[in-house]
Design a protein around this ligand. Structure first.
Ligand SMILES: Cc1ncc(COP(=O)(O)O)c(C=O)c1O
Length: 375
């Protein structure tokens, strides 16, 4: 059966080549995942119906959810003591949903502030209880994440919330902070980019649109004993326990996002898991950091070198004018998305899991040529 008329076509690239997409998010996705999605948009599992068109309560979507959850646990090395949720509202919704469920007016939560995203999380948490800003990164222009001895923690904190990779400044933690409080991580811009002690966490969450899939779905990994403590006197759609009981399907869920995430988990497993992914990411990031450090001071890294992110490489040329020129010329060479975030300025190369090494090599080549011309 076919139906419908055609719609006007949009322009496509004349060469068929894809641009190197250095965008911080929404960001590049793995090619095999995109190709599989193209096929499954038309017909998934031989059902004669595409993934966008299936009921969220039917067997095909049941399978998609089951496999995505199982593969997510496999990638993270976690067992059934963790619940996997696929929620809406982005990572930003978690900034409010977490304290609404786990913070009370009498209690205090620890929040090291390592930049814009944690600042926003702190603002939301203050609506529900006390916040101890355990580290104030603004004193150092957010150029690093805190060592344990730089943090002032609260005895008996309700939880400690941190952001493992700071997308805007290009800094990341080498290890999660040490605490006896339940540990909660915003891993949005580096989820599944390296092995991480997920089992030390009460909860980890990540907006999908960087390393996991399309915008519109947020991955939540939550330990069941922590989940049991969640306040249930909240609006239904913000009730972690109800959401878990309904398998993230209290209402119509973002099925396509869950489907793509599931494909991305499988792609990670097929490569050999997080160790293999990390090796590739380390090699890619090293190429660019070496180019920065070897430029005789022409390029300057934004993040302190011991806290450099392998996902978001932030740097500057000697002037804003040259930054602009760099971005424009890079674009002519099919390298897009290199403008730094408006709060940090400069340049940022986001090189998530799916970003190819060849693209990093091309960028490094261009960086060398650009610096030689500008010097
Ligand atoms: C670390 C981090 N946390 C939270 C967010 C907000 O994510 P969302 O747009 O899904 O709400 C972002 C977005 O870039 C981010 O990088």
């Amino acid at each position: 059966m076919t139906s419908g008329t055609t719609i006007p076509t949009r322009p496509v690239s004349t060469t068929g080549e894809r641009t190197y997409n250095f965008s911080a998010g929404p960001a590049i996705l793995p090619e095999p995942v995109l190709k599989q999605a193209q096929q499954d948009l038309w017909d998934i599992d031989g059902s004669g119906i595409g993934i966008l068109e299936h009921s969220h309560r039917g067997p095909v979507v049941d399978r998609v959810f089951e496999e995505a959850k199982a593969d997510c646990r496999k990638v993270a090395g976690l067992g059934d003591d963790y619940e996997i949720l696929f929620l809406q509202g982005g990572a930003t919704m978690q900034f409010a949903m977490l304290p609404m469920a786990f913070l009370t007016p009498e209690a205090t939560a620890d929040y090291p502030d390592t930049g814009v995203w944690t600042t926003k999380a702190i603002k939301e948490a203050k609506r529900f209880g006390n916040v101890n800003v355990a580290f104030d990164g603004s004193e150092h222009n957010y150029d690093h994440t805190p060592a344990d001895d730089e943090m002032k923690l609260t005895d008996g904190a309700a939880y400690l919330h941190y952001c493992s990779n700071n997308t805007i400044y290009g800094t990341r933690y080498g290890q999660p902070p040490s605490t006896t409080a339940p540990l909660v991580c915003d891993a949005s811009s580096e989820m599944f980019s390296r092995p991480w002690p997920f089992d030390r966490h009460a909860m980890i969450y990540a907006g999908a649109q960087k390393n996991l899939g399309p915008a519109g779905v947020t991955l939540i990994i939550i330990r069941k004993d922590f989940l049991e403590k969640a306040n249930t006197d909240v609006p239904t759609m913000l009730n972690y326990r109800k959401l878990a009981e309904s398998d993230s399907r209290l209402n119509t869920p973002p099925v396509f996002g869950v489907y793509v995430m599931g494909q991305v988990f499988r792609w990670i497993l097929n490569q050999g898991g997080l160790e293999a992914v990390q090796q590739k990411n380390d090699a890619k990031a090293k190429l660019i950091y070496d180019a920065i450090d070897g430029s005789g001071g022409f390029y300057r890294g934004v993040a302190r070198s011991d806290c450099r992110s392998t996902m978001n490489v932030t740097f500057r040329t000697p002037s804003e004018e040259l930054d602009k020129k760099f971005i424009a010329e890079a674009k002519e060479r099919s390298m897009d998305g290199l403008k730094g975030h408006r709060d940090a300025g400069g340049l940022r190369a986001s090189i998530y899991n799916a970003f190819p090494q060849k693209g990093c090599e091309e960028l490094v080549k261009f960086m060398g040529e650009f610096a030689a011309r500008a010097k």
